[in-house]
Design a protein around this ligand. Structure first.
Ligand SMILES: Cc1cc2nc3c(=O)[nH]c(=O)nc-3n(C[C@H](O)[C@H](O)[C@H](O)COP(=O)(O)O)c2cc1C
Length: 183
């Protein structure tokens, strides 16, 4: 049962440079959010110089520091109405698509599924060819492999999971979800 008065949005960030800047910008526009970082995300945020943007969101940040992913308890307590994973690396997508839960972010996804909390996943490897942001404002051409694209498609078939492919679709999906839980 969703309660918009007390429940919050959980937002997980993985170690993707692709769309990290844009995801942080969306995060800055939202209230009642807790952020969860993969170990790689903590490194990449520093590498790209985005720690200031993360801090400026004002949201509480949970790090991946325990083997059992202790913050996942918050899902059992019903603290969240929705899980957003953005941006999602091909690594995390692959693990989630095959049911792994061996890191904070993959555990959040598994526990959201098992407690029937809706997930919105912004998969970055969504086209056979794309341009990706590298550190120091460089842009690199990336060619996601067949397996990366297959894993995204597999994940899109999961129950209570919406996979989005660009920042406009991510923003739209979040706003639709927030409207749903308010009504
Ligand atoms: C500078 C840099 C940028 C990266 N950008 C991406 C990316 O855009 N997409 C991706 O799938 N992996 C990217 N990676 C690789 C991931 O960080 C790496 O696979 C990591 O193990 C992912 O862990 P996580 O899925 O637990 O966050 C990048 C790594 C570095 C060093």
């Amino acid at each position: 049962m969703v309660n918009s008065e007390t429940q919050r949005l959980a937002w997980a960030i993985t170690g993707s440079g692709h769309y990290l800047r844009e995801s942080l910008a969306v995060l800055a526009t939202l209230d009642n959010v807790d952020i969860f970082l993969s170990k790689a995300a903590s490194e990449i945020i520093k590498q790209y110089g985005f720690q200031v943007q993360l801090d400026a969101t004002g949201h509480r940040v949970y790090q991946d520091k325990t083997a059992s992913s202790v913050p996942v308890e918050l899902f059992y307590e019903g603290k969240y109405h929705t899980l957003v994973i953005a941006p999602a690396t091909s690594n995390t997508i692959a693990k989630m698509a095959y049911g792994f839960s061996d890191s904070l972010v993959t555990n959040l996804f598994a526990q959201a599924g098992k407690t029937r909390v809706a997930s919105i996943v912004f998969a970055c490897d969504t086209a056979p060819e794309l341009e990706s942001e590298a550190p120091r404002d460089n842009v690199v051409k990336v060619y996601p492999r067949k397996i990366d694209l297959e894993n995204v498609a597999k994940l899109a078939d999961f129950e209570a999971t919406q996979v989005v492919a660009d920042i406009a679709a991510l923003t739209h999906a979040i706003h639709v979800r927030l409207n749903e839980i308010r009504n």
